[in-house]
Design a protein around this ligand. Structure first.
Ligand code: ADP
Ligand code: TYD
Length: 210
């Protein structure tokens, strides 16, 4: 089997982890050895970087530092996990990847999408997801869901305006690359969203056969 790299994107609390669990079962049913990972994180080093980035005490963190730390965590994840798994023909589902940096750092922080992709193409050695699901949700709905889950981290404690820029940023980014990034209404039920993801995956597999 050929490796496949899938990323799940969307605002905080949009239902990414929930959908990843369902998608993993689906891919395993198709016979894929499936690996789930998350960003920032997914390796010992990247998880350490995550605790620095998301520490809510670090209010002085500069946007450039933040962008580079996300890229550093990603570089380690690509080298240690994603590149070898793809080579071994596995399916990898990542809870967030490069588009999170494009939207949060490039758009919502204002560093510029091109600058952020440039830093990241170095970090990822040019590896990009084959297919990306964008769970589209009003910022407030996602934050209310995230609040119900655990204590808020440094990013989740950002202003409502910041999270609204994130939600809109994802819509704008998806519009630039409709072949790869599929926007799904994340206010729908868990089952409805999963059914749409399965439909899009089937379309993707079919397009690869043609
Ligand atoms: P994320 O990984 O994007 O932060 P989660 O999957 O952890 O999101 O979901 C955040 C919260 O919202 C969880 O409590 C989850 O059970 C709930 N949730 C997930 N999908 C839906 C949905 N479609 N409708 C309502 N609640 C949902
Ligand atoms: P995550 O734990 O996936 O948050 P959630 O489950 O709430 O969606 O991600 C941690 C935070 O880091 C989240 O607020 C998004 C942010 N983030 C960036 O700003 N840039 C990035 O490149 C990544 C991967 C995440």
């Amino acid at each position: 089997m050929q490796g496949i790299f899938i990323s799940m994107e969307g605002p905080d609390g949009s239902g990414k982890s929930t959908q990843i669990t369902l998608l993993k079962d689906y891919l395993e049913g198709l016979g894929y050895e499936t690996l789930v990972t998350r960003e920032p994180g997914g390796t010992v080093i990247s998880e350490h970087i995550r605790t620095i980035i998301l520490n809510k005490e670090y209010t002085e963190m500069g946007y450039m530092t933040e962008a580079l730390l996300y890229a550093a965590a990603r570089a380690q994840l690509v080298t240690e996990v994603i590149a070898p798994a793809l080579k071994a023909g596995k399916a990898i589902i990542s809870d967030r990847f490069i588009d999170s940096s494009a939207v949060y750092q490039g758009m919502a922080r204002g560093l510029g999408v091109d600058n952020v992709y440039q830093i990241n193409s170095f970090a990822t050695q040019g590896i990009m997801p084959d297919i990306t699901f964008h769970l589209d949700l009003p910022a407030k709905v996602g934050l209310a869901r995230a609040k119900g889950r655990a204590a808020l981290d440094r990013m989740e404690l950002e202003s409502t305006a910041f999270h609204e820029r994130v939600a809109q940023g994802y819509r704008d980014l998806a519009a630039l690359d409709r072949n790869r990034i599929h926007t799904i209404d994340a206010t729908a039920s868990i089952e409805e969203i999963h059914a749409r993801i399965v439909q899009l995956m089937d379309q993707y597999f079919k397009s690869k056969q043609d």
